[in-house]
Design a binder for this molecule. Structure first.
Ligand code: HEM
Length: 192
């Protein structure tokens, strides 16, 4: 299968899997499940993307090289998952009134989510050959925003999450993996 089509199939497949899981679950919690599901999927996919250079270092194979070469396309899907989360949150929780975010008792953690979302939007908008050429070295620096975005989202997830964040085992495993990957990326100073 063509690589491009493969990534679209995986991305769209994951979106359909969340929609299906929500439809099969409790109708009362369906919206919350969709909001949480897409936010969580975005976070997981970002952690996976930053772990790819480590995987490629530990496991030298054509598959790992293929993952390395396709991080841009995966990043676009992470942004799409985050975008769906944000659209659902704005529609169902805040009725498209940004003022309600500021008035919320968790406003600081919601703003952290918004800041991370802006970073992901910048990265997604510059994820094309034209921007890569135009930005030169700065393009690489722009991609480093992924680390700040992940840290902000981890805090946002733990502070406001109502489904996955309520499960101590999920939170512990996710934090352990995310922080280990972030630390290893910095310790090994991997340029990719
Ligand atoms: C304007 C930006 C954002 C706003 C206003 C926002 C708002 C919210 C709200 C109200 C919740 C609590 C409801 C729930 O648990 O489903 C939540 C949870 C969550 N958000 Fe966001 N969010 C934003 C951006 C993001 C981004 C960019 C990501 C990831 C890339 C993200 C990931 C998550 C995760 C993982 C949860 C917890 C899921 C759970 O355990 O239930 N959010 N967000």
């Amino acid at each position: 299968m063509n690589r491009r089509i493969l990534w679209h199939a995986i991305g769209v497949g994951l979106i359909c899997a969340i929609l299906l899981a929500g439809a099969l679950g409790e109708p009362k919690r369906q919206i919350l499940f969709y909001v949480s599901g897409f936010g969580f999927l975005a976070l997981l996919s970002l952690i996976f993307i930053i772990s790819i250079p480590l995987l490629a270092r530990a496991w030298k194979s054509p598959h790992a090289e293929m993952l390395l070469a396709n991080r841009r396309q995966m990043g676009i899907y992470s942004f799409v998952f985050a975008l769906i989360h944000v659209i659902l949150v704005f529609n169902f929780f805040f009725a498209w009134d940004a003022g309600k975010i500021l008035a919320n008792p968790n406003s600081l953690f919601l703003i952290m989510g918004a800041a991370a979302f802006l970073m992901l939007a910048l990265m997604a908008a510059s994820s094309n050959d034209f921007s890569m050429k135009a930005l030169g070295r700065n393009w690489k620096y722009l991609q480093y925003l992924i680390y700040s975005a992940i840290l902000l989202i981890l805090v946002h997830f733990i502070a406001v999450g109502k489904i996955f964040a309520q499960n101590t085992v999920i939170v512990a495993i996710l934090l352990l993996v995310a922080l280990a990957v972030l630390a290893l990326r910095f310790i090994l100073k991997q340029p990719k």
